[in-house]
Design a protein around this ligand. Sequence first.
Ligand code: PMV
Length: 327
Amino acid sequence: MAISSAPGKVYLFGEHAVVYGEPAIPCAIDLRARVQATARDDNRVRLTARDLSLNGFTVEFRGGHGDRPDVDVPDVLVEAAVGYVDGAIEHARELAGGTDDGLELTIESDIPLGAGLGSSAAVTVAAIDAVAREFGASPDKEVIADRAYQVESSVQSGEASRADTYCSTMGGVVRIEGSDCRRLGEPDIPFVLGYDGGAGDTGQLVAGVRSLRDRYPFAHATVEAVGELVERGETALADGDLAEVGRLMNFNHGLLAALGVSSRTLDDMVWAARDAGALGAKLTGAGGHGCIVALTDSSSVKTALEHAPSCEAAYEADLTPTGLHRE
Ligand code: PMV
């Protein structure tokens, strides 16, 4: 049996623009997904998922493309979850020399699905590592990050950046620009997250930004402006200037709203956090629905979010230096 875990993330700066080669700075947070892999002596794969915002489910499939599990949860969520896990198993088998032994997989996750916190990346990273190790391989982190990116990219039809998968594998604060990925460190940054209980459709939101960018030169410029802001954010982080980091997060939220990916619930939570004294607040991830991230260590921001009509849950989430972890 092998158990691996990997963290979720928030974007301090740069989601969406990163899809067009601009830099982005995500950072890992202490909400994790854990995957336990045990080899079976037949060639079946059984997947049990708990806490993936799905009320838990078990599916049995052969691990090949085309199998459809027969379960009582929405197809779109099952297909996404099974797609990431199936891709992870395929890559792990390859890393371990091509075995087709069966597997028992159990996934437990603290990270809400589709909420901009990188749940699919965390599950994919942990699953590749746990399965590869169960089959006798011991790939290094760079390899896991790259394989996890390939899984995300194929499930998301090529519209994925390396941000989520690299950040989840390495932990801490990272900087992504195309295929250039670096860890910036692990500064002490306190966050409060607000969650509206919904999930954004990443594919649709990415497509929306792409069509704005193709249609309007100023939308193209907005994407580039996000890139410039990220460079300044990197300097502010290096200087430990959290007030400037907060101001830039606010600016980044405004640019994301201009690109059409915010929503009434996300804006409402952003303003609740700012009004309660957060240094900055912005949506994180694809947008539409899901989470906002506020830069603050004040408990009054969490309380304000809990009372905001659009907020279903608020969490304190510190940056974690621990990426992929073998348990
Ligand atoms: O919502 P998430 O955590 O899947 O983040 C999506 C971020 C995008 O920049 C919109 C897409 C990507 O893969 O970088």
